[in-house]
Ligand binder design. Structure first.
Ligand code: AMP
Length: 387
C-alpha cells in the first residue's frame, strides 16, 4: 500500500464509537480533521463529537457507507470483523492494514509475533483438549492462567489454575467459549508496565514514557508516570516496544503491556494496536497526547514530541466512582491545593453509570507521583479501591 499524506480538512472514519474514538476525534478536530464513526449505540461517546452511522460492527453496508464518507479509516478496538476489515481495505484507505489486527486478535499469533521480535512472553502452551491441559500444567507448573485465544478483555476469558483440582472445571467453562485456548505460566511480577509506540508509514517511530499500571479486579485503576523502575528497565521496555512496532510494521499506535519480574526480566503480556487506557495520562502530561499522535501517524504527518511535562497519575473513573466524582467537582478541594496537585477530569458522555464500566478518568498532575497517589488515596472518589 502506498502511504498517503492526509492533510487537515480530510475526514477520518473510526470503526467503534467508544471513548477512545471520542478522544481521538477531540485531538483530530483540533488539528482540523473531521470525523465519522460507526457504532451500534446511538449517541455513542464518539458520536457526540462526530458524525455517526448507527449500525453493527459487522454490517457491511454500513461499513461501505463509512468508507464512502472517509479519506482514511482507523479503528478504536481490535476485534474488527475480518470481512469488514478486508472490504474497508479494498474500498478505502486503511493505513494500519488488517495484518496487525489479524495478529493481535489472537493470543497465540500475538505471542509468536512478540517472540519473533526478540521479546519474552510467559512460557505457554496451546491447549487442544483436557489431556493437553493436564500435560501442559505439569510441564509449565502451577499456578498457571488458562486464557481464551480470542475475545477476552479486562480479565474476562481467563481462569487462574492453582491446583490440579482446578483443571477440569476451568477446562469445562473455557471450552464453552468456542475458541482456541492457551495456558500461560503465572508470572510472579513486581509491577505491570506498558509502553505505547507510534509509527508512521514512512518508518518514523517514537515511544511514550513507560507507565506503571495498577489493576483492581483486573481493571486498570492507576497509571503512574514516571514509572518507579530503574533506568535499565526503562530503556529495555522502550527498546522492546520499538522492536515489536517495527517487526509488526505498525502504523498508528501500539500499546505493549509487560510484567516486570523481581529478577528484572520483562515479559510481554498483551498488545493493543490502538490508543490505550494506560496512555490517557499523556493528554495533559506529555507535549503530544497519544490521540494526537495516533492521528498524526495514520495521516503520515511528522510525529510529535512525547516528552513528559509533569509527573502524573491517571485514575480511572468507573460507574461506582461517578457520583462521588461529581460531588467533588462542585467544591474547592483544599487538600489538592495543599499537596500542589491538579486533578484534570475527563468524562466520556456515557448515559448509564454501571458498576465497573469505564466512565472517565482523572489525570492528577503533581510535583511528584507520591503527592498524586496521596491525593487519590484520601479522596472519597475511589474509596472502594485501596491503593
Ligand atoms: P490480560 O487480559 O492478559 O491483560 O490479563 C489481565 C490481568 O491478569 C493482567 O493485567 C495480570 O494482572 C493478570 N495476568 C494475566 N496473565 C498473567 C500471567 N501469565 N501471570 C500473572 N498474572 C497474569
Amino acid at each position: 500500500m502506498t502511504p498517503r499524506t492526509i492533510l487537515p480538512g480530510a475526514t477520518i472514519g473510526v470503526l467503534g464509537g467508544g471513548q477512545l474514538g471520542r478522544m481521538m476525534a477531540h485531538a483530530g478536530n483540533r488539528l482540523g480533521y473531521k470525523f465519522v464513526t460507526l457504532d451500534p449505540t446511538p449517541d455513542s461517546p464518539c458520536g457526540q463529537t462526530a458524525r455517526q452511522i448507527v449500525a453493527g460492527y459487522g454490517d457491511q453496508v454500513a461499513a461501505r457507507e463509512l468508507a464512502a464518507l472517509s479519506d482514511v479509516i482507523t479503528y478504536e478496538f481490535e476485534n474488527v470483523d475480518a470481512e469488514v476489515a478486508a472490504m474497508l481495505e479494498k474500498e478505502s484507505y486503511v493505513p494500519q492494514g488488517s495484518t496487525l489486527l489479524y495478529t493481535t486478535q489472537h493470543r497465540i499469533r500475538e505471542k509468536r509475533a512478540v517472540e519473533a521480535a526478540g521479546a519474552r512472553v510467559a512460557p505457554y502452551a496451546e491447549i487442544a483438549g483436557l489431556n493437553k491441559l493436564r500435560e501442559a500444567a505439569k510441564r509449565l507448573g502451577l499456578p498457571a492462567v488458562l486464557k481464551t485465544a480470542t475475545g477476552g478483555y479486562d480479565g474476562r476469558g481467563q481462569w487462574v489454575l492453582r491446583s490440579d483440582a482446578d483443571l477440569e472445571p476451568a477446562w469445562r467453562e473455557a471450552s464453552q467459549a468456542g475458541t482456541e485456548l492457551v495456558l500461560e505460566k503465572f508470572i510472579v511480577f513486581e509491577k505491570e508496565i506498558s509502553v505505547i509506540a507510534a509509527r508512521r508509514p514512512s518508518g518514523e517511530i517514537i515511544t511514550f514514557p513507560p507507565a506503571e499500571n495498577v489493576h483492581v479486579h483486573n481493571i486498570l485503576h492507576l497509571s503512574i508516570v514516571p514509572a518507579r523502575i530503574s533506568d535499565t528497565v526503562r530503556s529495555e521496555a522502550e527498546r522492546l516496544a520499538l522492536s515489536i512496532a517495527e517487526r509488526l510494521g505498525v502504523v498508528g499506535l501500539i500499546a505493549v503491556e509487560m510484567f516486570l519480574a523481581s529478577d528484572g526480566t520483562l515479559y510481554v503480556n498483551e498488545l493493543a494496536p490502538r490508543p490505550h487506557n494506560s496512555g490517557h495520562y499523556t493528554m495533559e502530561a506529555c507535549r503530544t497526547s497519544q490521540f494526537e499522535q495516533h492521528v498524526r501517524a495514520i495521516c503520515d504527518l511528522p510525529l510529535g514530541d512525547t516528552s513528559l511535562l509533569t509527573p502524573v497519575v491517571m485514575a480511572n473513573v468507573l460507574g461506582e466512582h461517578v457520583e462521588p466524582l461529581l460531588r467533588w467537582m462542585s467544591s474547592v478541594d483544599e487538600e489538592a491545593q495543599e499537596l500542589g496537585v491538579e486533578p484534570k477530569v475527563h468524562l466520556y458522555g456515557k448515559a448509564e453509570a454501571k458498576h465497573g464500566r469505564k466512565m472517565g478518568h482523572v489525570n492528577v498532575l503533581a510535583p511528584d507521583t507520591e503527592a498524586a497517589i496521596a491525593w487519590i488515596s484520601q479522596s472519597d472518589i475511589w474509596r472502594a479501591n485501596p491503593t
